[in-house]
Design a protein around this ligand. Structure first.
Ligand code: IMP
Ligand code: MG
Length: 194
């Protein structure tokens, strides 16, 4: 696997995103709505970088199944959401790939009486979008490769890596067959700051 974003780069990206949000919202309270499960690490870091009042709610979304690396049907569970009436909502997801997760989620959140609804993703894959919407805040643009770590998983594993790494197709195949990939880290870089 190849490192795409180091811990330091991720940390600088989160600080930059937090500054952009406060530039737009000032000291107004923000209700961060994290998308389980991939956003857990991002939400934990982002809310600690956001000066000023913050509330946190979570929703669950999934479009991947097991070892598949292409999206399937979108499942949304919104029952953990707090009351959003009058709130400045910031939806936070790990990655914008086809954009279908964020599109489906924003359509639901717009029905909840929020004062405003913005969206933030840590990563956006180049050339993959299948929807007309764009996230309001993007941490990093990355090439179209399957990535893991910093919350993102392959088949439920790897979310705990403190950096972001890309898996090659042969590694995805090997992981499917149950091999341990943890020894094969390469420090090449492929991400850009937008
Ligand atoms: P979208 O609906 O196609 O934009 O997909 C967004 C969701 O797919 C993300 O929230 C992730 O859970 C998952 N996803 C997309 N690309 C990757 C990847 O490269 N690694 C891990 N998960 C991914
Ligand atoms: Mg997700």
């Amino acid at each position: 696997m190849q490192i795409v974003l180091s811990q330091e780069e991720l940390s600088e990206g989160i600080s930059r995103l937090a500054r952009c949000i406060r530039d737009d919202l000032g000291r107004q309270p923000v209700t961060v709505v994290g998308v389980l499960t991939g956003s857990i690490v991002l939400v934990a870091d982002l809310i600690r970088s956001l000066d000023g009042p913050v509330r946190v709610g979570m929703v669950w979304a999934s479009s991947y199944r097991g070892t598949a690396t292409s999206p399937g049907r979108l499942d949304l569970r919104l029952d953990l959401l707090p009351d959003l009436t009058g709130q400045h909502v910031l939806v936070v997801d790990d990655i914008f790939d086809t954009g279908r997760t964020l599109e489906g989620l924003l359509a639901e959140l717009h029905k909840r009486g929020a004062a405003s609804v913005r969206s933030l993703v840590l990563l956006k894959k180049t050339g993959r979008a299948e929807v007309a919407i764009e996230p309001d805040y993007v941490g990093f643009e990355i090439p179209d490769r399957f990535v893991i770590g910093y919350g993102l998983d392959f088949d439920g594993g790897w979310r705990h890596l403190p950096y972001l790494a890309a898996l090659d197709p042969d590694e995805i195949e090997a992981a499917r067959c149950g091999h341990d990939l943890s020894g094969s880290v390469d420090a090449g870089r492929t991400a850009e700051t937008p």
